[in-house]
Design a protein around this ligand. Structure first.
Ligand code: PMP
Length: 468
């Protein structure tokens, strides 16, 4: 009976995966998000990706695409990495209990120790960020970090940066610098300051009512904004001075993405709380974490009465922990951090060379394998966000998957898996050069001439922006 059922459920998965694409679209429209399908269609971005391996995605027509989006950073080792899949299978084959919660478990314990061993440190000493708490999404981990800061300091307020992205749950949303979130107000006591000016943060801390300052070491969704020299170190100093915790959200930058294990290492900063997600999943099983110092953890949750005050069912499921352990192992064993650093330099140099002097491009910036290409508004007033989408679709037509950054739709992100090779950089740059070369004669020129207001209105609707 069980065998029959197993064959049946496995067959069901295969059947569903083989369903006609029109049916996938119609079910998505009826039961998930029809407007997403509509907007992808409108932008010319609609593709049916049906399989993926390494750097490549394959669509329903058998067309191959190089992935320069990497699941918004959550596919660090490329798609379906065999070593991550093997670890997950080993956990399944071991018939370990799942979600028992009320017992010490081997895989979360091993993962917490592994993360402690790679966590940033200020000297040759072992890292002080040795206490981990696991969850499933980046947003949840940010919420966990904010809760820890409240419990430690008993202060009400949070300070974050404009254009910082921290997630979609209530706490994470409150510290996200996105004006569109107004519809969810009230979001609690928080102040959003412009990115990059530590004096503005000090002005907020002086009342000593701020539980935590939360920043990304490089703003990813905000448009790949690098911190000014000394900014993060100064914020850390101020936090210490005013008794505020410093949370660094490395959900997107962590685990080698920017050429060091953690982006904050370049700035010589060790935060009080570090938040991880995305890459930790190995692209297979969602998992997130915050890590902090034992003294802070003890202050928040260090009694028999409080040790379960912050608790979730999926804290450290064995499949997720197996995927995360495998991911760290692969990154370390294959030297992907140093590789991200080296290839990142090449990528940046090539992107700058290809875009240099082009009238559509304002700036190329980034570090490691996280780059942004910022578009300039053209002289004839066509919105830069429209041009960015045109470019993104042009790249897609040339077999490259990427997208704009969530909070700055005028910046195209270049965020490949860490397994990138030099030949992939060349393919990306060839495609980019080709699209840029068509700007004066191709689609973008006709957009300028015909119906540009209409298109812009639709684009505003798609991107959820107020019409300008
Ligand atoms: N923080 C940062 C820096 C992120 O980039 C994201 C996701 N883009 C999040 C938090 C939220 O993560 P999730 O979508 O997994 O909730």
């Amino acid at each position: 009976m069980t065998e029959d059922l197993s064959q049946r459920t496995a067959a069901l998965v295969r059947e569903h995966l083989a369903m006609p694409r029109e049916r996938v679209h119609s079910l998505t429209t009826t039961n998930l998000n029809g407007k997403l399908v509509e907007s992808l269609n409108l932008l010319g971005y609609l593709r049916d990706f049906v399989s993926a391996s390494g750097m490549e995605l394959v669509d329903a027509h058998g067309r191959r695409y190089l992935d320069f989006l990497a699941g918004y950073g959550s596919v660090p080792l490329g798609h379906n990495h065999p070593a991550v899949a093997a670890a997950v299978r080993a956990a399944i084959d071991a018939v370990v209990p799942h979600f028992i919660l009320m017992a010490p478990e081997a895989l979360p314990a091993a993962l917490a120790a592994r993360i402690a061993a790679i966590s940033p440190r200020s000297s040759a000493q072992p890292s002080e960020l040795s206490m981990a708490f696991f969850m499933s999404s980046g947003s949840e981990a940010v919420d966990g970090a904010l809760k820890l800061a409240r419990a430690v300091t008993r202060r009400p307020r949070f300070v974050a940066a404009q254009r910082g992205y921290h997630g979609a749950t209530f706490g994470a949303m409150a510290v996200t610098g996105d004006a569109r979130l107004e519809v969810f107000e009230p979001l609690g006591e928080r102040t959003l300051v412009p990115w990059g000016d530590a004096a503005l943060i000090e002005a907020q801390l002086q009342k000593r009512d701020v539980a935590a300052v939360i920043l990304e070491p490089i703003q990813a969704e905000g448009g790949v904004n690098l911190p000014p020299a000394g900014y993060l170190a100064e914020v850390q100093r101020l936090c210490r001075r005013y008794g505020t915790l410093f949370i660094l959200d490395e959900v997107q930058t962590g685990l080698g993405r920017t050429g060091t294990w953690f982006a904050c290492e370049r700035d010589g900063v060790v935060p009080d709380v570090l938040v991880l997600a995305k890459a930790l999943s190995g692209g297979l099983v969602p998992i997130s974490a915050y890590v902090t110092r034992p003294d802070l953890w003890r202050k928040a949750y260090g009694t028999l009465a409080t040790c379960e005050l912050h608790c979730t069912t999926y804290r450290g499921g064995p499949l997720a922990c197996a995927a995360a352990l495998a991911t760290i192992e692969v990154i370390e064993a294959t030297g992907l951090v140093a590789r991200a650093d080296k290839l990142g330099e090449q990528l940046g140099t090539r992107l700058r060379a290809v875009t240099a002097g082009h009238p559509l491009i304002r700036e190329v910036r980034g570090r490691g394998l996280l780059w942004g290409i910022e578009l300039a508004a053209s002289k004839d007033g066509v919105a830069a966000a429209l041009i960015a989408q045109w470019l993104v679709v042009g790249l897609l037509e040339r077999g490259i998957v990427t997208q704009v950054t969530t909070l700055s739709p005028t910046v195209i992100r270049v965020e490949p898996p860490l397994i990138l090779e030099e030949a992939h950089i060349e393919r990306f740059c060839d495609a980019l050069r080709d699209v840029l070369a068509t700007h004066a004669t191709g689609t973008i020129a006709s957009l300028v001439g015909v119906g540009k207001h209409l298109i812009k209105q639709r684009l505003d609707a798609v991107l959820g922006r107020a019409p300008s």
